[in-house]
Design a protein around this ligand. Sequence first.
Ligand code: FPP
Length: 237
Amino acid sequence: MAQTNELAPPRHIAIIMDGNGRWAKQRGLPRTAGHSAGAEAFRRIANYCRTLGVEYLTVYAFSTENWKRSQEEVGGIMLLLRRYLEEAISDMEKNKVRFRFFGDLTRLSPQLQKLCADAQNRSKDYDVQVNFCLNYGGRDEIVRAARAFAADVQAGKCQVSDLTEELFGDYLYSRDVPDPELIIRPSGEMRTSNFLLWQSAYSEYVFMDVLWPDFGPEDLDKAIEEYHRRNRRFGGV
Ligand code: FPP
C-alpha cells in the first residue's frame, strides 16, 4: 500500500462510485456482478478512510435517474444495500460508524426505509460518518430546500430577508455536515452528474481512470496526494 503523505487527509471525502457496469462487461458478467464488486470496493475504502482519520465519507449509491435502469439492476443494487445495512446494524458496536442518508427515501421499499432509519438512529452518537446518497439528486435537493424555506416563511417562522447561504444549508440533506474538500470520480468520466451541487462549490475534483470495483487504498492515496498538490485559494490570492 502506498504511503500517504504526512499532511492531514481531507476531513470530508465524497465519491461517485462509477464504472461498475463496464467492469462487469469487461468480464462478460451481468451488471449486478459489477455492483456487487462495487459494494466490496466501498467496504474497503470506508475502512481505509477510517484508518486515515477521514471524518466524513459521502458516496453516491443511487441517483434519482438510476430508476430508469432495468428492474433487475435496480433490484440488485437495493439488495446489496439491504445486505450491507443489515450487516452494519449487527456490527454497529464494533465499527462505531455513524450513518446518514441523503435523498428522498420514501420511494424505497418499506423494509429498506426501516433499515435506513434503524442504522441512522442507532449510530447517531458515533463520530466517523458515512453519508449514503440514495435516490439523491443535487437539483432535487436544492428544490426541496427552497420549498421547505418558503413553507417556513409562509408559516411565519422566518422572513425572506433571513435567508443566507448558511441558513439555506440547514435545509439541505447535508445539514451539519461540512462541505467535502475532495470529490473523487473514478471510471474516466468527467462530469458531476448532479452530485452535491451546492456542497461542491469549493471542492477539489479528482477524476481517475480506474473503474470503481478496482478502486483500492492506493488509488485513494493518489487522489489525496493530488488534492494536497493543488493550491486551494477559495477565489482569493
Ligand atoms: C455507477 O456505475 C454505480 C451505480 C449506479 C450504483 C452504485 C452502487 C453500488 C456500488 C452498490 C451499493 C451498495 C453499497 C453497499 C455501497 P454504473 O453502473 O453507471 O457503471 P457504468 O458507467 O460502467 O455502466
